[in-house]
Design a protein around this ligand. Structure first.
Ligand code: ADP
Ligand code: MG
Length: 398
């Protein structure tokens, strides 16, 4: 009966330091800390990057993403910490000695140079002979699909084209690492999606490790072999998009990457209490020695809605029940529908839930998403009553 329930316990906290020891890491960042004045901007950041791997730094504005990238590029100095690129200690090197390519949002192409000269520029200052550098530049131009724009100036190109040239220019001198700081955010959505697919394919072909910064979670999921989530200068979690989405280790990660319902509860014995009259079966085989405050986390798509008179249809899919609810709001978003559902007191009619220990759990509202097919099976409007079931939940420390 319980085969459908998947309860994740407090996940083991990952140790980025341990990962950084892996022998074949292309990049190892160890214990980076950075202050601006009194303010600690980066707090003991460690991670590593495998050969050819792409990592996305995701976090809210001001969380320290650009500062991390600027330190790697040599544009900013860390207060403490070490950086190793292909085993080479680089933290003391100047930017141009690091062999790292940086692609910013604003292209930064040379406006008075043609496209081909822009791409060849890095090779020129590295004293590559003219014929060789032009041949290399032509090859890269073809690779980013812009050969016919060879002799144009940057001002004559679209945003997406300029960014392709910037990437070709950065790749030209075979950098050991590429850094992208919000490189796609000035582009229109279609160009942006197309370009990031191209970049991903290009990087896989060239086997250049890369770090992308974005605050767009869809972009993060698509670009990153792994995602590192930064919050106020701290690395909250690093993992594959699947791990980070399905096993968030903190409330911040759960709510920043996708939507999540987070309800305070108490785990005692075999059950988890939510408020006075609502319980969920706790994880089997383990029970806390003493009552523990927890946060019960579930995603909008983890909820199943059923007609209140036939809640048994849920039974086949999940024995986890949150009882009855009332639909507050429905938003149609195309492939799916989003609902806000207020959970109703389960006990005798008229009896309101008392909040215990200051834990506000009475009449909490949960966010639900349903596919259009599920929505078709049970059409709902605001004001309708439903039965609310849960396919899965996760517990975090309270
Ligand atoms: P993000 O890229 O994640 O938006 P940043 O790394 O740019 O964040 O900035 C992190 C924090 O550091 C912000 O609070 C920002 O105001 C501050 N900061 C960045 N650069 C400087 C600087 N040169 N001097 C002082 N404060 C800075
Ligand atoms: Mg930034």
């Amino acid at each position: 009966m319980t085969s459908e329930i998947k309860v994740s316990l407090f996940p083991e906290s990952q140790r980025p330091e341990a990962q950084a020891q892996t022998a074949r890491a292309a990049l190892r960042v160890e214990h980076l800390t950075k202050y601006f004045g009194e303010q600690r901007i980066l707090d003991n950041i460690s991670f590593s990057l495998a050969e050819g791997e792409s990592l996305v730094l995701l976090g809210p504005s001001g969380s320290g993403k650009s500062t991390t990238l600027r330190i790697l590029a040599g544009l900013e100095t860390p207060d403490t910490g070490e950086i190793f690129l292909n085993g080479r200690h680089i933290a003391h090197l100047r930017a141009r000695e690091r062999n790292i390519g940086v692609i910013f949002q604003d292209y930064a192409l040379f406006p008075r140079m043609t496209v081909i000269d822009n791409i060849a520029f890095g090779l020129k200052i590295r004293r590559v002979k003219k014929r060789q550098r032009l041949a290399k530049a032509e090859e890269l131009l073809a690779m980013v699909g812009l050969s016919e724009h060879r002799d144009k100036y940057p001002g004559q190109l679209s945003g997406g084209q300029k960014q392709r040239i910037a990437i070709a220019r950065a790749v030209a001198y075979q950098p050991d690492l590429l850094l992208f700081d919000e490189s796609f955010s000035a582009l229109d959505p279609q160009t942006r999606v197309a370009l990031r697919r191209e970049i991903r394919a290009l990087l896989q072909r060239l086997r250049i490790p890369a770090i992308f910064i974005t605050h767009d979670q869809e972009e993060a999921m698509e670009l990153g072999d792994r995602i590192a989530i930064l919050n106020a200068g701290k690395l909250e979690q690093i993992g594959t998009p699947y791990e980070v989405y399905n096993h968030p280790q903190t409330e911040f990660v759960a709510t920043f990457l996708g939507a999540a319902n987070v309800v305070p509860g108490r785990w005692c014995g075999r059950v988890i209490e939510l408020g006075n009259d609502r319980t969920l079966p706790g994880p089997e085989a383990v029970a806390p020695v003493q009552t523990t405050d927890v946060k019960v986390v579930f995603r909008p798509e983890d909820i199943i809605l059923a007609h209140p008179n036939v809640p048994s249809v849920l039974g086949a899919e999940t024995p986890l029940s949150l009882g009855r609810g009332e639909v507050q709001e429905i938003t149609f978003t195309g492939a799916a529908e989003t609902l806000l559902v207020k959970l109703l007191p389960r006990a005798t009619a008229g009896l309101t839930l008392a909040a215990q220990d200051g834990k506000v759990t009475q009449n909490f509202i949960v966010k639900v998403t349903r596919s259009k097919w599920d929505a078709d099976k049970l059409r709902l409007r605001a004001g309708d009553q439903v039965f609310v079931g849960l396919r899965h939940y996760q517990i975090l420390r309270g």
